[in-house]
Ligand binder design. Structure first.
Ligand code: XMP
Length: 319
């Protein structure tokens, strides 16, 4: 793609001008945005870049191993894997407000990045895969007064006390453009085609407060749902699909016993840029199969519902 080849060259030049011979750290989440950011910056400044993968304990099933494994297999970029799950989960215990959760998580990511920067003898820059829609959705809602919908944690600058400057080479791009750039940079299809996953992870898919037990239940349901989506050949037709664990228990019957367990909501949407979205029209046989598997295989869930809300008026995530 001619325009992406141009963008790539211009972005590399901009990064070199901004960074000079200084060091950069980049938070790698395994998503398209941070992967493309990392590869682009590495192309610009080589091993002045160190990537950091933070296991927040809010990742999906086997995600940390997969991301780190895949990245190490394909790239020769220094990558530090930090397990911070204990810290994140204890800090979130008892928190139910969505924005409060985001603030806590955003703050902890910064703490980890700071620690790791110190460990490599200091870094002057922090790289992030912020996209254009992240910038606008965190700032205002078109057509109305300036209202924050969700404070995406990678937007809004860094705390004053931090001696780091941001490098955000994707700030003007939409997701489809980032995917095109990823292809241009030769990223494996398994990176380029991944569904978006929010920085706060499963914390915003457990409304009403998280716990280790709830996260584990959610992880299992989510993995089954995505497994069914892949088996049905639908993964690439969907922008994003995930399970949400509702803070509601309902009565059910299994064998000849009464059950009283959580409700799981399934979400899937199509979208071009995440700013508007339509719920995905699965056929009922698919939903029935996914629901049956979740209820049979996941201890702690006895009811499954499907979310038929588009954006607007809903948002893609429940929080
Ligand atoms: P919403 O729920 O606002 O989501 O319709 C739009 C897109 O943004 C993702 N999202 C987030 N990503 N930090 C992120 O990095 C966040 O706090 C956050 N909240 C939502 C969401 O998964 C979807 O792709």
């Amino acid at each position: 793609d001619w325009s992406m080849a141009q963008f790539r060259a211009a972005a590399i030049k901009r990064i070199q001008d901004q960074v000079g011979d200084k060091k950069v750290i980049c938070g790698l989440s395994g998503g398209v945005d941070s992967s493309v950011t990392a590869v682009l910056i590495h192309e610009a400044i080589g091993d002045q870049l160190t990537c950091i993968y933070v296991d927040s304990g809010l990742m999906r099933q086997n995600e940390s191993e997969q991301v780190v494994g895949l990245f190490r297999e394909h790239y020769n970029i220094p990558l530090v894997h930090v397990d911070a799950s204990e810290i994140f989960i204890s800090a979130l215990e008892g928190q139910t407000d969505p924005e409060r959760k985001r603030k806590i998580i955003g703050g902890l990511f910064i703490d980890v990045f700071e620690d790791e920067a110190n460990r490599i003898g200091g870094a002057d820059f922090l790289a992030q895969g912020t996209l254009y829609p992240d910038v606008i959705e965190s700032v205002s809602f078109t057509g109305g007064p300036s209202v924050t919908i969700k404070s995406h944690h990678n937007v809004g600058g860094l705390p004053e006390r931090m001696n780091m400057e941001l490098v955000e080479p994707l700030r003007e791009l939409f997701k489809d453009e980032v995917r095109a750039l990823g292809k241009e940079l030769g990223l494996p299809a398994s990176f380029v085609g991944r569904h978006p996953f929010p920085g706060p992870g499963l914390a915003i898919r457990c409304p009403g407060g998280i716990s280790r037990e709830k996260l584990e239940i959610l992880r299992q349901a989510d993995a089954i749902y995505l497994d069914e989506i892949r088996k049905a050949g639908l993964y690439d037709a969907i922008w994003q699909a995930f399970a949400v664990l509702l803070p509601v228990q309902t009565v059910g019957v299994m064998g000849d016993g009464r059950t009283y367990e959580f409700v799981c909501a399934l979400r899937a949407v199509t979208s071009v840029d995440g700013m508007t979205a339509d719920f995905y029209h699965f056929d009922m046989d698919f939903l029935s199969k996914a629901a049956t598997r979740i209820i049979n295989e996941v201890k702690g869930i006895n009811r499954v519902v499907y979310d038929v809300t588009s954006k607007p008026p809903g948002t893609i995530e429940w929080e």
